[in-house]
Design a protein around this ligand. Structure first.
Ligand code: FNR
Length: 457
């Protein structure tokens, strides 16, 4: 990866997901950083080749959420930013993911409590030995470039000393946010400190922190030159209007939202992430009639409808559905399952496989707690009442546990029922099994479940 003369989309939590990164590249960014992803999230994720979306997905096995999604269009241009305090964990992540990214960056600038308490982000600048150990371990053992993103320190000589120490680990470049950990975005950045860093080190320096005065591409170059830096990295100005990367000048935000929505639909981005990013673009406009209509929307289709884009979203979602796309909650261990069987004299776990589910009636329903205000409306309560009223034996639940995921089978009458989804705890698994039974018996309606998000249409 060449870090010279590059215009870069900065790492931004929630903003730097695939649609925004692709949008930035399409408008003229040369390199795009992911949002910061914490090491253990990547470690417990599973890599899938998604043939339907043509993406590589790292999926959280416990809830099916996408931890990191990438695709061919960003090959050689996507830098994954890692939040870590451990050389060991960072290396495990690096080895797991290096085939899918262009470079690995370590976050050494985040001033949030969550990061600092975990010894991550800016805490690493105050624990230089650990910071160097992480970088050196990665540099020595990975096949891709390793970088870090730092803030400046209150004392000038400390900043220079720290950056030189970090450089000594063999990193390929360093991004510098020209503010100290206590300075907020409203405070002016310190380009003169970056200038001194540039003279003190040999590696490329990426200048960051100038968004308040950046309204077009030429302003980015101006900030880079004021810092004397090799490249420039933009966060907030791109979050507000990603088309600022365009050499021809920025576009109206309606165009940007339209293009962003198209990418969100094409890459099946989650509605909550899509909504967040659009809120960041709309800012004050959320107070308008259109803004309020947008805030009321929940599904991707409803969000798209606000910009008259609903039919494209419907068409695409149907296409993916027919192709058999995995639902976001459909993360399912593909390995054999073990169930504790007290009948075995050895008390050993008995190996079971999908045979266990033979003859079990399944539906794609999941239990979403917020849908139930009153305990008596819970699927298990409803099912219990149904069995009592119909003189049936009360429902009997059997729970299977694997990889911190749970699935329940409920016996009602002569039939067994189970949701095809894995749930994050035993209670939820039983509730979703009960919900499956209620659906099969016609006690709850399919439309109602689709409406409240418990079922994928
Ligand atoms: C950030 N920033 C940030 N930095 C980082 O290293 N990792 C991250 O995940 C995030 N997340 C993040 C989210 C959001 C919404 C914002 C606005 C910022 C900091 C960011 O990358 C950058 O350093 C600062 O915003 C300063 O650059 P600008 O905004 O002046 O270009």
């Amino acid at each position: 990866m060449d870090y010279r003369n590059k215009i870069i989309l900065a790492p931004m939590v929630r903003v730097g997901t695939l649609p925004m990164r692709l949008l930035a590249l399409s408008y003229g960014a040369d390199i795009v950083y992911t949002e910061e992803i914490i090491d253990w999230k990547l470690l417990k994720s599973e890599r899938f080749v998604n043939d339907i979306l043509q993406t590589i997905d790292y999926v959280d096995k416990t809830d099916g959420s996408i931890v990191f999604r990438t695709c061919n269009s960003e090959i050689g241009k996507v830098v994954l930013q890692l939040g870590t305090a451990s050389a060991d964990r960072a290396l495990q992540v690096g080895k797991k993911i290096q085939q899918d990214i262009a470079a690995l960056d370590i976050n050494m600038g985040c001033p949030k409590d969550f990061s600092i308490k975990g010894g991550m982000g800016v805490a690493l600048l105050y624990d230089l030995e650990r910071a160097k150990c992480i970088l050196k371990t990665l540099v020595d053992n990975l096949d891709i470039p390793v970088t870090c993103k730092v803030r400046i320190l209150p004392e000038f000589h400390e900043t220079i000393n720290t950056v030189k120490e970090l450089e000594s680990t063999g990193i390929a470049a360093i991004a510098v946010h020209a503010r100290t950990k206590l300075e907020r975005p409203r405070h002016p950045p310190h380009p003169e400190v970056i200038r001194e860093i540039v003279s003190a080190v040999k590696i490329p320096v990426i200048a960051n922190g100038g968004s308040s005065d950046i309204h077009k591409r030429a302003d980015m170059l101006k900030f880079r030159d004021a810092c004397g830096a090799t490249s420039v990295m933009i966060a907030r100005a791109a979050q507000w209007n990603c088309s600022i990367f365009r050499p021809e000048g920025p576009l109206p935000i309606e165009n940007v939202i339209h293009e962003y929505l198209r990418l969100s639909v094409d890459y099946d981005n989650s509605p909550s992430n899509t909504k967040y990013c659009i809120q960041m673009i709309l800012r004050d406009l959320q107070e308008t009639k259109l803004g309020r209509q947008f805030l009321d929307s929940q599904t991707l289709e409803q969000i798209c409808e606000v910009w008259n884009f609903g039919s494209y979203c419907r068409k695409k979602q149907l296409e993916y559905h027919n192709a058999g796309i995995r639902g976001r909650r459909q993360a399912c261990p593909r390995v054999q399952l073990y169930i504790k069987d007290d009948s075995l004299p050895t008390k050993k776990a008995k190996t079971i496989d999908s045979m266990l589910f033979d003859g079990v009636i399944e539906h794609n329903v999941s239990f979403i707690r917020v849908n139930y205000n009153d305990d008596k409306d819970l699927p298990k309560s409803k099912l219990y009442i149904y069995t009592v009223k119909n003189n049936l034996k009360i429902p009997k639940y059997e729970v299977i546990h694997k990889d911190k995921l749970f699935k329940a089978i409920v016996l009602v009458g002569d039939n067994k029922y189970s949701s095809s989804f894995w749930e994050k705890n035993k209670k939820y698994a039983e509730q979703s099994a009960a919900l499956t039974c209620l659906l099969q018996l016609g006690i709850v309606k399919r439309e109602e479940l689709i409406q409240n998000g418990s079922m994928i249409s």
